[in-house]
Ligand binder design. Structure first.
Ligand code: NAP
Length: 270
């Protein structure tokens, strides 16, 4: 990676209190970026801020719920007041849900969409006008392998990530003439608290958790993809194979998924 591409850049990261978001806050801070840390739990954000004190750049802690457009607007206003701009928006906050579509409540489905789709949408609407004014910006959308490959028991989560990807593709086309880039990143199964925060995962987890990416590896690859001007990336070898099979041999991929993805009632503790 080119040295310190993000030095002094203002990076707003949602879901920065845990897992991939926390690792991204670290990776951007190592580069000397000014980082705004957003999540609901202030105490966890303060812990992250504390862990980053030795690194260059400033940090700003702003507790907020991405589902709430007023709170999102407040976050963006605060960042504009303190840092004067947003160079990079990382829409990372998200959560999972495990279960058959027919069994889930509409309330659970709305909640998942509010977090995984409307959260990024609210941030997009608040940040993009400032980026357009400056004719500069990068939006990083943290999707998933589930953003292009739907699996049993993951229909709701996959739906939110497919929607996020569709929004991102339109955004890329709409923003190109304003010199604003959109990067979609798709981590594979990653060793974070995601599986504890996701409804039903510990009881009906459909994935093998034996080979997980570390959040630091995910963050390093995301920052690298952002620095080299990529528009999308898939972060694991298995996921890259699925990505191409989906296009050239979808029936074969269905067959593999049905064999591989099945309820595993007692997922190994991390
Ligand atoms: N882990 C994986 O295997 C994996 C794989 C592919 C993609 N992803 C994606 O990566 C992203 C990060 O996941 P992770 O693995 O790092 O999970 P995580 O450890 O559970 O972290 C989720 C983060 O999102 C925040 N968050 C959740 N709901 C929020 C809300 N309503 N408002 C504001 N912040 C909220 C959480 O903080 P608070 O609870 O304090 O708000 C936390 O900081 C998600 O979009 C996920 O879909 C994860």
């Amino acid at each position: 990676m080119k040295p310190a591409v993000f030095k002094d850049k203002v990076v707003l990261i949602t879901g920065a209190s845990s897992g991939i978001g926390r690792a991204l806050a670290m990776a951007f801070s190592v580069q000397g970026a000014q980082v705004a840390l957003v999540a609901r739990t202030e105490a966890h954000l303060r812990d992250v801020e504390q862990q980053l004190t030795a690194l260059p750049g400033r940090r700003l802690v702003i507790p907020a719920d991405v589902r709430n457009p007023q709170q999102v607007e407040h976050v963006v206003q605060t960042v504009m007041e303190q840092f004067k701009r947003v160079d990079v928006l990382v829409n990372n906050a998200g959560k999972g849900y495990c279960g058959e579509l027919a069994d889930m409540t509409a309330a659970d489905m709305y909640d998942l969409f509010e977090t995984n789709f409307f959260g990024p949408f609210h941030f997009y609407r608040s940040v993009v006008p400032h980026m357009i004014q400056r004719r500069s910006g990068l939006i990083i959308q943290v999707s998933s392998v589930s953003g292009f490959c739907a699996v049993p028991l993951g229909g709701a989560y996959c739906a939110t990530k497919f929607a996020l990807e569709a929004m991102s593709d339109s955004a890329r086309l709409e923003l190109q003439s304003h010199n604003i880039r959109v990067l979609v990143v798709r981590p594979g199964v990653t060793n974070t608290s995601f599986f504890d925060h996701a409804k039903n995962f510990r009881v009906r987890n459909p994935f093998s958790l034996s080979r997980m990416m570390s959040p630091d590896t995910v963050a390093r690859q995301v920052v690298q993809a952002a620095a080299s001007g990529r528009r999308e990336c898939v972060l694991t070898a298995e996921a890259k194979i699925s990505y191409w099979l989906k296009r050239i041999a979808p029936r074969l991929l269905d067959h593999i998924i049905i064999r591989y993805v099945k309820p595993r009632p007692t997922a190994p503790a991390r």
